[in-house]
Design a protein around this ligand. Sequence first.
Ligand code: AKB
Length: 320
Amino acid sequence: MSQETILIIGSAGQLGTELCETLRGIYGNQNVIASDVKPVSGPLSENGPFEVLDILDKQRFTEVLDKYKPTQVYHLAALLSATAEKNPKFGWTLNMDGLFHVLDAAKERGIAKVYWPSSIAVFGPNTPRVNTPQHCVMDPNTIYGITKLAGERYCEYYFEKYGVDVRSIRYPGLIGYKSAPGGGTTDYAVDIYHQALLKGQYECFLSEETELPMLYMPDALRATISLMDAPADRIKIRSSYNVAGMSFTPDQIAAAIRKEVPGFEISYAPDYRQKIADSWPKSIDDSVAAAEWDWKPEFDLDKMSADMLKNLRLQYSDKA
Ligand code: AKB
């Protein structure tokens, strides 16, 4: 394997925490630089290099690039759907300017590969909601979705015009037990497992029949790394790839949890996030990713639920 130096921007988030651990396992702790807007404690800063980096601060970004000369950059810093609705101007600034800084640096310094996450939020009310195709109407009506769609167009433009090797996945809701989600509409699908074990009940902020596409973290990590490892000529989509693992409603995840936590109860109190969820797909057609770089999920709802609850039980018993 060639020697890579990888910079992760926004590594203290839900995806960054786990991606950093996985990439350090593959490339070596010293070769994967974690960074985030605030100082952190724990494995991110203890197991390898860590830098405080606000991606809006171009001068600081330049210092970090000069210090490490990364060959790959994973740019994960963003406001997610629910948080961005509360602060749309900052959502636009962080999500767009951050991406411009990274793409410009890749262009100017010849950074070999860039990873940037997109989202199912790029779709909107006029998108076909079942088995949403790779190419279709996209009319997002959340600020997060608007920035992700604009970002996809920018990524493709930088690839076509300047040859920047940028790769991207449109993540559905991500579910994992090692890190907490931060301000998304799909966050309920992580919290519900914690509350099932802690309280035996959960009040859901989406209605019981709200079906959304989701992906278990081990599948998300595998998808991301497979895409980054794929030969450049197999990557035909330079905007972002549809990828998904499963689709379910709050009612269905509650039923899956009940198989492991008998008596678990769920109640419903939909809030402003319901409208966001109602504008998103129910299920995703990821056949293009399957054909181009062999994407195939391993986890369905029951397999994920069993694994989540087994690992969360261990975590909670360690803390007791
Ligand atoms: C969110 O809910 O905002 C994210 C996403 C689907 O991109 N999890």
